[in-house]
Design a protein around this ligand. Sequence first.
Ligand SMILES: Cc1cc2nc3c(=O)[nH]c(=O)nc-3n(C[C@H](O)[C@H](O)[C@H](O)COP(=O)(O)OP(=O)(O)OC[C@H]3O[C@@H](n4cnc5c(N)ncnc54)[C@H](O)[C@@H]3O)c2cc1C
Length: 389
Amino acid sequence: MTKHIDIIIVGGGVIGSSIAYNLLNDGYEGEIIVFEKDRIYEYSSTPRSAGGIRQLFTTSVNILMGKFGIETYRSFPEKMAIDGERAEIDFEQAGYLFLAKNDTEMKHLEQQMVLQHSHGVMSELLDKSSLLSIIPELTIDDLAGGLFSKEDGYLDPYSVMQGYAKKAKQLGAQYVFDEVDTILTDRNGVQGIRTYSGDIYHAPLVINCAGPWAAGLSEKINLPIPVVPLKRQIIQFDIAKPLARKLPLTVDPTGVYFRHEGETIISGFSEEVKPGIDFTWKRSFFTEQLWPVLADRVPNFEQAKIKSGWAGMYSYNTVDQNAIIGEHPELNGYYLACGFSGHGMQQGPAIGKGMSELIRTGKYETIDLTPLRFERFNEKDLVIEGAVV
Ligand SMILES: Cc1cc2nc3c(=O)[nH]c(=O)nc-3n(C[C@H](O)[C@H](O)[C@H](O)COP(=O)(O)OP(=O)(O)OC[C@H]3O[C@@H](n4cnc5c(N)ncnc54)[C@H](O)[C@@H]3O)c2cc1C
């Protein structure tokens, strides 16, 4: 089968679906097909995410994207409603909190706060006793304080992705559940894609939103991108004695993070792993790496009972851990939206909007995403983000 369309999006996770939605919602009139190989999104990164949404970044582009994400998610249920049915995403604005263990770390947090304030993000530097107003049970003996943003929080990633996908479909995007084998090119640029079933779809524009598989797809057309899949585990557990208040997504100085998930707690940590696709999770990850930190930090976590766990893939940008966005300089019509490492959920709304602007008008309007261009690697103009979880 051969078909001609205008835009092909490879990957229907939060990024691909947000781009499809934003293009159509912004008035794009061409035909868009989103290819998704995993009909139930079993292994996609999006539903396996911790769903943390924050503005607490150290680079302007990431702060602005986080801010745009919060604004979007706040009104998501109404804006993305279909036939009057709200697109619920359980966005809990319970806050986001980075803990610091000494004065040097506090100084860094203070510098971050100054930049965040310059972008209208009202983060607060808290001394150690003020931390107790956020988490009364916190062990603070070994802490100096923290940086808190009360507008931030967490949400249900699967519902966000479905919200975007459903609305994109309603606006005219077509989802084809088939795996793209390769992108077709000639000397003028992109020509389309071929699926593993042998179908050919011609289009002058292909967007690689294949998440952990993005680099493999790009490799096939000899355009390597510095992204590898890295396993990240999350453990969900019950505690015997409930906490007095809803937890912000809290990042311990060790890097272990935790938040409420309903009445339970989820926790994770970016352990050292070899690149590769691997969805196994282990209880020993909890007992050996998470629990010792958690039990010291919040006494209520001492009596923890594992409820479940999972592993998902970061699409880890090995150079500067930030997204790679925009047209590839060596191939006309080949666009990238990948390499989000641990922050694709919060950036999904801004990336969708930015890619829509770039494709429709040739430039970014809402947020300047040019710092995230592929060319930055050769130009040695990296985006060095100091708050990577
Ligand atoms: C454990 C964990 C915790 C995280 N926590 C956070 C967090 O707190 N906050 C945050 O902002 N981010 C977090 N992230 C990161 C976030 O989940 C990702 O950045 C985001 O989901 C990336 O979305 P995506 O659409 O690029 O990728 P995906 O959701 O993986 O979507 C890509 C899709 O492409 C499809 N695909 C791939 N190749 C092909 C092909 N050849 N043909 C057709 N389809 C294809 C895949 O099936 C997949 O569905 C976390 C990630 C993990 C794993």
